[in-house]
Design a protein around this ligand. Structure first.
Ligand code: G4P
Length: 197
């Protein structure tokens, strides 16, 4: 998605060989117009999948998911990372370990919002090692629902997440695929070249 890649080039900050900071439009301050365009792009890519629900994880997955839900006219459910005062019974849970942050969270979502009739699109802001996405897939499967695919705003293709999800037979659509963050520069996967391989 060229609009997103241009914005990453313009406003993204490379913090290290592994970390890209996009706080000015995605992870802290949010650009609603860009989120709207991202939502439209997800809706178009998954148009044939008969999606009934979008599942994401708090907090940065929520904005792009809500915009996709707006276009697809389906509800958005976000998994919580912390215990909620009101979300206390009949929970679906999965344990997610973040290698980046070196922390483990139990993520949870209420059983009542997913059923075995749902076809779910999982959306997240970043795909690094794939652990959050795999945790969300596990929760959706616990509900007996089907996974239609995974929509990612920024994939760091040099980490193993995308490969793990594809190996699990999942359709992954990433709007920007970062090939490397070396030398303080963002370079993207050349999709045209890859298609020929
Ligand atoms: P994984 O789920 O793919 O295995 O990812 P990982 O554990 O590495 O990521 C943990 C958190 O760090 C996630 O946010 C993820 O979005 C974020 N993250 C990973 N790589 C980057 C990066 O290069 N840049 C930025 N800005 N974030 C990255 P989180 O803790 O869930 O935060 P939030 O959703 O509440 O913002």
């Amino acid at each position: 998605m060229e609009l997103l890649k241009d914005r990453i080039k313009k406003d993204g900050k490379v913090l290290s060989e592994h970390v890209l900071k996009v706080d000015s439009f995605l992870n802290h301050q949010i650009d609603p117009e860009l989120m709207l365009a991202i939502g439209k792009e997800f809706a178009e890519r998954f148009a044939d999948e008969k999606i009934t629900k979008i599942v994401t994880i708090e907090s940065s997955g929520i904005a792009p998911s809500v915009m996709a839900g707006l276009y697809m006219k389906v509800p958005v459910i976000f998994a919580r990372k912390r215990k909620s005062l009101t979300l206390n019974d009949d929970l679906l849970t999965a344990t997610v370990h973040s290698f980046t942050k070196n922390e483990t969270n139990e993520i949870s979502l209420s059983k009542k919002y997913l059923s075995n009739e749902d076809r779910v699109l999982v959306i997240d802001d970043f795909l690094a090692n794939g652990q959050a996405a795999l945790g969300l897939v596990e929760i959706v499967e616990q509900a007996g629902a089907q996974i239609a695919g995974i929509g990612i705003v920024i994939e760091k293709s040099f980490q193993e997440g995308a490969q793990l999800l594809k190996e699990a037979g999942l359709r992954v659509e990433s709007l920007a695929r970062v090939a490397s963050l070396s030398n303080g520069e963002v370079s993207f996967v050349n999709e045209n070249v890859e298609e020929l391989v």
